[in-house]
Design a protein around this ligand. Structure first.
Ligand code: SF4
Length: 318
């Protein structure tokens, strides 16, 4: 004999069924939103700067891959080559113990670092241009040797090749970046973030670079961040302290931009608002096959050169 459920029983069974459906949907949502660093959108100071410059500039520098090689592309120019060689020398110091840090003169290290960008690899059009830039680098390092300041003290090294953390687990966004120098402040058991600048101009107060490093340093090592500075080693003898933003404001501002980037990537929508300008012309020329390929960089991008670029039009993101 079969028993037909009453209306009340049917309502209860229906309720439980919908609960099961909601539970399954909830689980699915949680799984599909689960953090996955391989599927996450990674943002850094340089990619955020590219985005803020212009969406298509971001696309060309961070998303576009050459159809033939499947590689991303990057552009080398004399100011970038100079910055790269100087940074290699200075950042290399932080991994050495204080008593061994200056056993080898900085200028000999620079000689080796500069060889890597000599000639076409650095975008130099002739020997005299290369000599002029090399001399500038030597002067910066001579200045540092005379004014060691924090370079002669303890430094904290973050134990990650590329420091990163979840800027938002919910949105699957990671913030990453390399901080030039983390000075250890023994008395306070704190750190001070220092970013070396090899350019001739000061960084705009609106730049998100130090807020990004503030977040990174706070999230990827255990000590409190006491201060943030730029050190303009082309013309200043010591680091210049910058205003420290509120950490949660910094997080909010950076996350807002990162979410815009994520959305644009999802929609594959990177529009040039100007129909072209000089910032992207060299990249557009790469796409058309008009720039010269000179090699690969440390992260596997094909490197093209842009000879004859002066500092004002070349960004220095290292
Ligand atoms: S050409 Fe200029 S405006 Fe157009 S995408 Fe590039 S940077 Fe933006």
């Amino acid at each position: 004999m079969s028993v037909t459920p009453s209306m009340g029983a049917r309502a209860i069974i229906g309720f439980f069924k919908s609960c099961q459906i909601f539970a399954i949907l909830g689980l699915y949502n949680r799984l599909s939103m689960a953090k996955d660093k391989y599927k996450a959108v990674w943002v850094s100071h340089s990619s955020i700067s590219d985005w803020l410059d212009c969406p298509r500039a971001y696309y060309l520098k961070n998303v576009y891959k050459e159809p033939k090689t499947g590689r991303k592309v990057s552009l080398m120019s004399p100011p970038l080559a100079l910055g790269q060689a100087v940074h290699e020398v200075v950042e290399g110091l932080s991994v050495l113990p204080v008593d061994k840090r200056f056993e080898e003169p900085l200028l000999s290290k620079f000689e080796i670092a500069f060889k890597k960008v000599s000639g076409k690899k650095g975008g130099f059009i002739d020997k005299s241009e290369e000599f002029k830039h090399k001399q500038r680098g030597q002067e910066m390092l001579k200045r540092l040797e005379k004014n060691l300041g924090p370079l002669s003290g303890l430094a904290v090294k973050i134990k990650m090749d590329l420091p990163w953390f979840w800027l938002s687990e919910k949105d699957n966004i990671i913030l990453c970046g390399l901080i030039d120098w983390l000075e250890y402040l023994e008395k306070e058991d704190a750190v001070s973030v220092i970013d070396f600048k090899t350019g001739k101009k000061k960084v705009s107060k609106d730049s998100l670079q130090l807020p990004i490093y503030y977040l990174l340093a706070s999230e990827t090592q255990s000590r409190k961040v006491k201060s943030l500075s730029y050190w303009y080693i082309a013309f200043e003898d010591k680091p210049e302290k910058q205003e420290k933003p509120d950490l949660s404001d910094a997080r909010e501002n950076i996350l807002k931009v990162a979410k815009e980037i994520k959305l644009a990537r999802q929609l594959e929508r990177f529009i040039c608002p100007n129909n072209g300008c000089r910032s992207c012309k060299p990249f557009e020329a790469i796409i058309k096959g008009e720039e010269e390929l000179v090699g690969k960089d440390g992260i596997g991008r094909n490197v093209y050169i842009l000879p004859g670029v002066e500092e004002e039009s070349a960004s220095e993101v290292l």
